[in-house]
Design a protein around this ligand. Structure first.
Ligand code: NAP
Length: 286
């Protein structure tokens, strides 16, 4: 079985990006900049934001943190986004989700300039993704596709099953897998909690992608022998972080599989950095 090592792959991507950022910073006389907005005290969000800031620093992206209290209002966040939209040092704006209770994240995400939407959540970027036009793709599904590309596991002509239809993972991943290309061109089934005979549907998959949020939900009877299994799930349990897939059991049947942790998590951060560098290039193009 091939271990789809996202940690090592993400490290290679960061090394490539660091060289690119060093050259671009010298040529353009400023570094790429990422503004990170964290409102509230969610412990997991604090860890994610810290990891993103550390990753930025490592490759030479300037980060502009905005840590705000739980009591921050919709109007205050809107005003902050408006300021960041016109701040010339800022190429990307990241609003860490979830936002505090009572705030409307959908409206806030729509407020972000689509040209600075490095998370790829703005409806304009989602629409462009669906139409196959250039734009910012959401980082987690982009990380999945990039991992397949780096391990040269083409999905072209294959059967792909995605379990989970969220707007940030499952749905955009299903769109990317169905677009033309060597790492697209799959025959895609998108599953969710109302799917009938989920195990049977999953068993038909050459490529199985899980983005559910339930520890060890995908079991041996749900995969085709030789399938490629990509586990996006990150679940906190008493035994630490586990994925949606029972790795120890599935790895005996899968031909390739991601670990959790060390799979799609680091790839997601690498794609955020990549999108930020892309935004910088667009903002500084002569
Ligand atoms: P989400 O918004 O909660 O969506 C979960 C999806 O799973 C929903 O579409 C839901 O179906 C489906 N689902 C839940 N129970 C199911 C069941 N019993 N059978 C079939 N489908 C079921 O979650 P998300 O934000 O997409 O995240 C999913 C997982 O990925 C989480 O563990 C999260 O922590 C992880 N994640 C990881 C990264 C990363 O960087 N690696 C990034 C983002 C998320 P319905 O729509 O019918 O409710």
């Amino acid at each position: 079985m091939i271990l789809l090592d996202g940690k090592a792959t993400a490290q290679s991507i960061r090394t490539e990006l660091k060289a690119e950022v060093t050259a671009l910073t010298a040529a353009k006389d400023r570094a790429p900049g990422l503004a990170v907005i964290l409102a509230g005290q969610d412990p997991a969000s604090q860890v994610y934001v810290r990891n993103k800031e550390r990753a930025c620093a490592e490759i030479g992206i300037a980060s502009f943190p905005h840590v705000l209290p739980e009591s921050t209002s919709q109007a205050e966040l809107t005003a902050l986004i408006d300021r960041l939209n016109v701040d010339q040092r800022v190429d990307g704006i990241l609003l860490q989700l979830p936002v505090p209770r009572g705030l409307d994240s959908r409206v806030l995400l729509e407020r972000i300039d689509p040209g600075k939407d490095v998370d790829g959540f703005h409806p304009q970027n989602m629409g462009r993704l669906a139409l196959g036009l250039p734009g910012f793709a959401p980082c987690t599904p982009a990380g999945v596709i990039e991992l397949l590309r780096r391990f040269d596991l083409p999905t072209q002509g294959k059967t792909a099953v995605v379990v989970g239809r969220s707007n940030i993972v499952g749905r955009p991943l299903s769109i990317m897998l169905s677009q033309p290309g060597r790492f697209g061109d799959a025959t895609v089934t998108l599953c969710h909690s109302r799917t009938h005979d989920l195990a049977g549907v999953c068993r038909g998959a050459d490529f199985l992608f899980s983005a559910i949020g339930r520890p060890k939900f995908i079991t041996c009877d749900m995969i085709k022998p030789g399938a490629v299994v990509v586990d996006v799930g990150i679940n906190r349990t008493e035994d630490g972080l586990v994925g949606d897939c029972d790795f120890e059991v599935l790895c005996a049947s899968a031909s390739a599989m991601t670990p959790v942790p060390g799979g799609i998590g680091p790839m997601t951060i690498a794609m955020l950095l990549k999108n930020t560098v892309q935004a910088f290039k667009e903002h500084t193009a002569a």
